[in-house]
Design a protein around this ligand. Structure first.
Ligand code: UD1
Length: 369
């Protein structure tokens, strides 16, 4: 069986690594890896491949940045030739980035079986580009691998047949479990005993200068109470260069490698973010998380974990941090199947008894579409 993985952006890499490893143990599986090049800076891509032990991609499309339409179209254009040449039996796509939806579209048109890792998540907010990517990818996928029960429910509500849905757990937690011991060696350069770790890159928070300026001013105010450590995403850095706010009191860093960022999360007093994955990582680590969004596609982190949605309200942010500093942080539990074995469960579904996506059976499936 030939399984081809498509990855492209930073949050894909920690999801693909455990699946590549688990499938690598199966003698009858041949794997190929395609990097679309959506993310291309060394510290947004290569360093993650190195730390997560991901092999060098067989193909790098090198599409780079662009508008949504252009980037998605260029990925599709590049992937079509790769699929026709390599003829995989199954293509695995990850998460909700433009590379994910582009690959699902190409494979659906070529009648290649698509498995979506992290299926079923919904913010119910179509102003988020990722929400559009999630909905389209799930409608096109043949195998939907969900992290939690809400994912199954969302898919069934959209008319997806129950037999296509497999709850496997949170694959990103596999990478976290694997590399958490390595964080012990990361030096605490310039960090106070207590600090707030900040990440911001959602268009809704950073693309509008007035909004971003307000958020930065709020973080500067927060820095009077606690050190603010802020590794800045390239999208956010570009916008910050045009701001009037004086952010010299913030401890700004370049985007960090996986292990270094995990160490920062593990030791943080509080994490302030608009990332999806970080809401999950903090829930696993038991670190308080304040999410600067009005909604989340990962509600389980609010229901069971340490996450609180605070929107863009500065007052709320300062109040919640004060509460945490008083020792009254929200306490959570780790959701079911966030256990480090999701990659194995995915490999079992793709290769286990009764699974045959090769040759004749794929033909039957194609004829039945
Ligand atoms: C993308 C994903 C988002 C994910 C995020 C994680 C989509 C729609 N968005 O957003 O879901 O949470 O990645 O990082 O797929 N840039 C660089 N170097 C890079 C990559 C990007 O400098 O290696 C700059 C470019 O100027 C680019 C901008 O960052 O225009 C945004 O990159 P893009 O890939 O379009 O979206 P992200 O904001 O990174």
């Amino acid at each position: 069986m030939h399984i081809l993985h498509v990855v492209g952006a930073r949050p894909n890499f920690m999801k693909a690594a455990p699946v590549l490893r688990a499938l690598g143990k199966r003698m009858h599986v041949r794997q190929s890896l395609v990097h679309t090049g959506q993310h291309y800076d060394v510290n947004m891509s290569d360093v993650f491949f190195r730390q997560l032990g991901i092999p060098t991609p067989d193909v790098n499309l090198g599409v780079g940045s662009g508008s949504h339409a252009r980037q998605t179209a260029e990925i599709m254009n590049g992937l079509e030739g790769v699929m026709l040449e390599r003829k995989p039996d199954v293509v695995l796509v990850y998460g909700d980035v433009n590379s994910t939806v582009a690959a699902a579209l190409v494979c659906a048109k070529l009648l290649i079986t698509v498995a979506h890792v992290e299926a079923g998540l919904r913010s119910f907010d179509r102003t988020m580009p990722e929400e559009v990517n999630r909905i389209v990818t799930d409608q096109l996928a043949d195998i939907l691998l969900t992290p939690s029960e809400d994912g199954d429910r969302n898919l069934r509500a959209e008319g997806i047949a129950a037999e296509k849905i497999h709850r496997v757990g949170n694959v990103m937690i596999d990478s976290l479990v694997e590399l958490l011991p390595a964080t012990a060696d990361v030096p605490r350069n310039g960090l106070a005993d207590q600090y707030a770790l900040v990440t911001l890159h959602r268009p809704s928070n950073v693309d509008d200068s007035a909004t971003l300026n307000g958020i930065i001013e709020m973080l500067v105010e927060l820095s009077a109470a606690i050190q603010v450590v802020f590794p800045v995403h390239p999208r956010t850095r570009q916008r910050m260069e045009t701001l009037t706010a004086d952010f010299s009191r913030l401890h700004l860093l370049e985007p960090l490698p996986y292990i270094e960022f995990l160490a920062l999360q593990k030791n943080a007093t509080v994490v302030i973010t608009d990332s999806g994955g970080i809401q999950e990582e903090t829930t696993y680590l038991g670190v308080p998380c304040l999410t600067m969004r009005d909604n989340t596609e990962r509600p389980i982190t609010v229901e069971m974990g340490t996450n609180i949605l605070i929107g863009q309200s500065g007052r709320r942010l300062l109040d919640e941090v004060q509460r945490i500093l008083r020792g009254e942080a929200k306490v959570g539990v780790v959701p079911p199947l966030w256990d480090g074995y999701t990659g194995e469960r995915i490999a079992e579904i793709l290769c286990g008894a009764g699974a045959d996506f090769t040759g004749a059976s794929a033909g039957v499936r194609m004829a039945g579409r």
